[in-house]
Write a protein that binds this ligand. Structure first.
Ligand code: UT7
Length: 341
């Protein structure tokens, strides 16, 4: 049974008050990929919608990208870093096996002694992070939480595999969630989270963990992302619709109440199929994957910031975020956008 809950019925509520982002400078175009593998700009654009993506510099790791996004968030919201009491980093590509990224990011950003840990639900990780932060705020444990999605997927891409190297990319996004004891507004209105671990090999990195530790004999491809694209595509289109509907039903809302759908940026065709089945107008569906590719945990905050920058995200807007990916995992969050002026 998946977990579905309408939240914000107790005090304090968790308000979403800001979003910050970072993408590395280096842009990798489809034309460059044509020189690396047997592919074409035409295939990539027509099958995925992606035109370019950002790739981290050799000296940059996930905590560097995450810290840039957090600093952008702190600046935009005018937040003193020492006022943040919870920092969650959602990532699949940590700097190290351990320690986690979050304590390093906290120190880089001046959040002395912040409670900090990582969470990994791959492309749904950011949704799980928001759910965790909301629970901590609503239960009174935390007052001001930063949730980051950050990935350096370029380090686990097999650059000879055309089926995956044209898709995945690097980036980071962060949001602020704050306790509000007042009576107005609705903050985070609900979450829906679920998983199906019956076929982990549909999207995975087979080696390098405790089941198949990396050795001298490990083929490079087994230390990189491998995907059964067609299966994941089928899952993604189905779960985007089902998770959204379950959440809206629980919250007593309909798709007409949603101002913006910010779904994981995996493939334009997934967004097209799902939005058609959901009956949501195409102009309410945010799409930035043409410029940033699939950045896994970072995808949803990057898309949300893109909507803000293009004037599509008004204060008070009801935003439905949906993540899906390896695990298989999924997660949806329904939230009102209440930016700090
Ligand atoms: O972030 C986590 C969630 N991930 C997703 O949601 C990804 C879901 N899957 C997809 O988005 C799509 O399945 C892909 C974009 C990965 C692939 O698109 P597709 O339309 O499902 O292609 P396909 O895998 O069915 O392959 C069709 C053909 C194959 O050739 P044959 O066997 O028909 O001769 C592939 O070898 O396209 C070929 N192909 C390529 N051709 C040129 C696969 N990748 C490429 C490529 N360039 N980069």
């Amino acid at each position: 049974m998946s977990l579905v809950a309408a939240t914000g019925r107790t005090r304090p509520r968790a308000r979403l008050t800001g979003v910050g982002t970072y993408v590395p400078e280096r842009v990798l175009t489809n034309a460059e990929l044509e020189e690396m593998v047997d592919t074409s700009d035409e295939w990539i654009v027509s099958r995925t919608g992606i035109r370019q993506r950002h790739i981290a510099a050799p000296e940059q790791a996930t905590t560097d990208l995450a810290a840039e996004a957090v600093n952008d968030l702190l600046a935009r919201t005018g937040t003193n870093p020492t006022d943040v009491d919870l920092l969650i980093v959602a990532t699949t590509t940590p700097d190290y096996v351990f320690p986690p990224c979050a304590p390093i990011v906290g120190t880089k950003c001046g959040m002395d002694h912040v409670a900090a840990y990582d969470t990994n639900a791959v492309c749904s990780g950011f949704m799980y992070g928001i759910a965790q932060a909301t629970g901590m705020i609503e239960s009174g444990i935390a007052r001001r939480a930063v949730v980051v999605g950050a990935e350096t997927l370029s380090r686990i891409i097999d650059w000879t595999d055309r089926a995956t190297c044209v898709l995945f990319a690097d980036g980071a996004g962060a949001v602020m969630l704050e306790a509000d004891d007042g009576e107005q507004g609705s903050g985070v209105m609900g979450v829906e989270l679920g998983s199906d671990g019956s076929s982990p090999a549909d999207l995975w990195v087979p080696a390098g963990g405790t089941r198949t530790p990396r050795s001298e004999d490990t083929p490079l491809a087994d230390t990189c992302i491998q995907m059964n694209g067609r299966e994941v595509f089928r899952f993604a289109t189905r779960i985007l619709v089902e998770s959204s509907q379950r959440l809206l039903d629980e919250a007593g809302m309909t798709m007409d109440d949603v101002d913006l759908l910010v779904a994981h940026q995996a493939n334009e065709r997934i967004l097209d199929h799902a939005s058609e089945r959901m009956g949501i107008a195409r102009e309410k569906v945010v799409m930035n994957l043409d410029r940033v590719g699939n950045t896994s945990s970072a995808s949803i905050p990057l898309a949300m910031a893109d909507a803000r920058d293009r004037g599509l995200l008004d204060a008070g807007a009801v935003v439905l975020m949906v993540g899906f990916g390896a695990g298989l995992t999924w997660g949806s969050v329904l939230v009102r956008w209440e930016p700090r002026a």
